[in-house]
Design a protein around this ligand. Structure first.
Ligand code: SF4
Ligand code: SF4
Length: 245
């Protein structure tokens, strides 16, 4: 397959879909297939350290590939504007966003091991093994409420965060943050969980079913991919604003 001329959005989606399928099914002997999609993505890196970083995070079973697809690598469809993420001039921006998400993810993973107990900090032990996620609850772990630019970084009583978590929670992990870096994904499934659930900030603890329903009823800015190409989408939008004569 010719991949060298593909945009990072295509390269990322190709890799993310294959890797998530691989994680869901844990199919043996398919590493090469995943690798075939990973290498073209790594070829966009500008240094060995960046390659090493992305290799660690992109293959991690908790890295939120599915949510990055839905946010960073998804077109933005506003009421009066449309941002096509496949624009060539956006490629360096998206590459930097992927790198920054990866840096934050890896740092949070290490912080949890260093400063907290990875067995108990969230709804499942963060040990790289499969565990039963919660099922008897109103929250389906869709992760939509964590598609957010930042939250007030107030920890629960008796908890102190590592210094840089205050910046991460407030939205400073990535320029123009669209996704909380503490949101992890469960083995390629469409289930996303807060990596610091038991010590998450107060504003997240106060987020209950009523707020959830309100959030889910809101129109999302990110356009789900339905095979509509950017150009067609732009034309659609032009038609929408043109007066009928
Ligand atoms: S609280 Fe609601 S929006 Fe947030 S993850 Fe759960 S179901 Fe999704
Ligand atoms: S801290 Fe946890 S619950 Fe709060 S926005 Fe981030 S991932 Fe979601």
């Amino acid at each position: 397959m010719e991949t060298t001329t593909l945009h990072i959005t295509d390269l990322f989606k190709q890799f993310a879909r294959t890797q998530q399928e691989f994680l869901r099914q844990l199919r043996q002997g398919e590493d090469l297939r995943v690798k075939g999609h990973l290498d073209p993505l790594l070829a966009l890196c500008s240094s060995d350290s960046e390659i090493s970083l992305l290799r660690q995070t992109l293959l991690d079973p908790y890295f939120p590939l599915g949510m990055l697809e839905q946010t960073v690598f998804s077109d933005v469809d506003g009421m009066r504007f449309f941002i096509c993420k496949s624009r060539p001039d956006l490629e360096p921006v998206l590459t930097a966003e992927l790198r920054k998400h990866s840096e934050a993810f890896l740092r949070i993973r290490l912080d949890i091991e260093r400063f907290f107990d990875p067995e108990t900090i969230t709804c499942i032990p963060l040990d790289g093994q499969r565990h039963q996620l919660p099922v008897d609850q109103w929250c389906t772990l869709c992760g939509v409420c964590c598609q957010i630019g930042g939250v007030p970084a107030e920890p629960p009583a008796g908890i102190s965060y590592p210094d840089h978590w205050y910046k991460y929670l407030a939205g400073g992990a990535v320029d123009n943050q669209q996704l909380c870096p503490f949101l992890f994904q469960y083995f390629g499934e469409e289930r996303f969980f807060c990596a610091i659930h038991h010590v998450k900030p107060m504003s997240c603890r106060y987020f209950e079913e009523k707020e959830c329903r309100q959030r889910l009823a809101q129109r999302s800015l990110h356009a789900p991919e339905k095979g509509v190409r950017c150009q067609e989408k732009k034309l659609e939008k032009t038609k929408r604003v043109k007066p009928e004569h």
